[in-house]
Design a protein around this ligand. Structure first.
Ligand SMILES: [Zn+2]
Ligand SMILES: [Zn+2]
Length: 192
């Protein structure tokens, strides 16, 4: 496994972006460069408890991303979560935040502190990235509920409007228990 992972660096100061920071909203010039893992900012999850499931699924494309064995551009990572751009973006900015642990879907999360904290942390990371990269936009954060989920590894869709093309909004309709569920609404469901 490579010790090099991708981070986002402020071009002017050469410093890694700290998450979260109010300064990030000023839209400095960004580009992606290689940076040693030790130089990346750490934003520890508020929960010290381990995630629901720590298993690694070798055939899961998202587990492969968490193990850094793909060429996916990593926008953010810590010991709990990792964020990267959606490979088929539906919106002006469209990122995914996933747990490092292989948790298949929202159905595998329960009304307990570690699950609630994990989702809060995923949301916080997504909000910080979008506020940095699309500061003037409206955002949507949420999950597909099975059987409408594409990949069986929990992933939070983080989108800065508008949808491009606009019909892509159809993939994110709230259809009751089967549709897309907003992160806020889901957090209410698992709040301890
Ligand atoms: Zn997985
Ligand atoms: Zn999805």
């Amino acid at each position: 496994m490579s010790c090099i992972i991708y981070g986002v660096i402020n071009v002017k100061t050469k410093q890694p972006l700290k998450l979260p920071s109010s300064k990030l909203q000023k839209k400095p010039p960004f580009h992606i460069i290689k940076t040693p893992a030790s130089a990346l900012p750490s934003m520890a999850a508020s929960a010290a408890a381990p995630a629901t499931s720590l298993q690694f699924e070798p055939d899961c494309i998202f587990c492969q991303i968490t193990s850094k064995s793909t060429s996916t551009t990593i926008l953010y990572s810590d010991d709990k979560v990792i964020a990267f751009p959606d490979i088929r973006p539906s919106a002006f900015r469209h990122y995914l935040v996933i747990p490092v642990a292989h948790i298949p879907t929202v159905r595998d999360l329960q009304r307990k502190t570690e699950d609630y904290s994990l989702v809060c942390h995923m949301l916080e990371v997504g909000q910080t990235l979008l506020r940095r990269d699309a500061p003037q936009c409206q955002y949507r954060f949420g999950f597909h509920q099975p059987p409408m989920n594409s990949v069986n590894h929990l992933h939070l869709h983080c989108q800065a409007m508008p949808y491009t093309p606009s019909w892509k909004c159809m993939k994110y309709l709230s259809l009751g228990p089967l549709g897309f569920i907003e992160a806020d609404k889901f957090l209410e469901k698992i709040k301890p």
